[in-house]
Design a protein around this ligand. Structure first.
Ligand code: SF4
Length: 333
């Protein structure tokens, strides 16, 4: 079957019949020749505009506790198990958090995410995050999201009732590949937290990290598993190999391959907020704007936890040049 025929069939399923593509259909699209990737991207862009609208959601993230994490995620420079240049910091105080939220508001963002490098939060951390959430909400009007690791049900309920509208917990990779990447907690623990987040009424933000050595089949498996947890948002990360981590020597994904996978994520998850997250600058280089026309409809601006993203104004200019309006995409507001 030619690429053109496959694209026509996928368009018919997604836009005319309102039917999701099967994992087999998605697998077939992974095989389109590299010269047809721009056509795949164009289809994904069309699907995004039709199913999500033209707005781009902009989010600022703040690392409120960096490094010193007891877990051993092989891609992460914040793990205490590896010798990396990241030095652990204490918790940021409320003024610093509020100042970062105000800066985020000034660049036109609608979301602010408080991120901590933890296996999971203790009660004091939950108290602090809820206090910050109240303050940020009243001072800036931003939606507040959090990423604090694995939760108990009681903690998830407290966060939900305390005003956290979206919680980030990534599956990162497929169930079958996960044991090669993390040994200190299981994929199932992650899956459970994701399920709990939705059950307690928060929006689920559940991301993926591509380029760790997983196979094409394992990426398709991950897409099926992401569909099961039914996230509102999927941050798409590309491995930026960090010195000192076990994945520090892995090669970067090829830029056009990254575009192919952005498009496939959009075609697999037509209505999610698909967010550009870590590793996009080093992986995509000059093709970053192309990702915006391949299915992406959200950006994290500024610094990504331990690696500096490009300046937020560059991203805002890119959106201006692409004539893409900034807006809030949350389903609950
Ligand atoms: S990815 Fe999260 S849980 Fe894993 S080591 Fe890094 S900070 Fe810890």
């Amino acid at each position: 079957m030619t690429s053109r025929t496959m694209f026509d069939q996928a368009r018919g399923a997604l836009l005319d019949d309102g039917r999701d593509l099967t994992l087999e259909e998605l697998k077939a699209l992974t095989e389109v020749p590299v010269e047809d990737v721009p056509g795949l991207a164009a289809l994904a862009h069309e699907v995004r505009l039709e199913r999500c609208g033209p707005e781009i959601e902009v989010e600022g993230i703040l690392s409120a506790k960096t490094g010193g994490c007891p877990e051993d995620c092989h891609f992460c420079s914040q793990s205490s198990k590896f010798e990396t240049p990241v030095r652990p910091t204490g918790y940021l105080d409320m003024n610093e958090v509020l100042a970062a939220a105000r800066e985020t508001k000034e660049i036109g963002a609608s979301e602010f995410c408080i991120v901590m490098a933890l296996r999971g939060p203790d009660e004091k951390t939950i108290d602090n995050v809820l206090e910050a959430t109240k303050l940020i909400g009243s001072e800036t009007g931003l939606n507040v999201a959090a990423s604090l690791g694995i939760l108990t049900r009681d903690q998830a309920e407290r966060l939900a009732t305390g005003g956290i509208h979206r919680y980030n917990h990534n599956l990162e990779t497929s169930r079958s590949f996960f044991p090669e990447i993390v040994s200190t907690h299981s994929w199932e623990e992650r899956y459970e937290t994701c399920t709990m987040v939705r059950e307690t009424g928060m929006e689920l933000c559940c991301g993926a990290l591509l380029g760790m050595g997983e196979s094409v089949d394992q990426r398709i498996e991950l897409l099926g598993q992401l569909r099961e947890v039914d996230p509102t948002e999927v941050p798409l990360n590309f491995l930026n190999p960090r010195p000192g981590t076990p994945l520090g020597d892995r090669p970067l994904m090829e830029p056009l391959d990254a575009i192919r996978w952005i498009a496939l994520f959009r075609l697999a998850l037509p209505e999610v907020i698909l967010r550009y997250a870590g590793g996009r600058e080093v992986t995509l280089g000059e093709l970053q704007a192309m990702g915006m026309t391949a299915g992406i409809n959200a950006l994290i601006v500024g610094n990504y936890l331990t690696t500096l993203g490009r300046g937020p104004l560059q991203d805002i200019k890119m959106l201006g040049d692409l004539k893409m309006p900034i807006g809030a995409l949350s389903k609950v507001i």
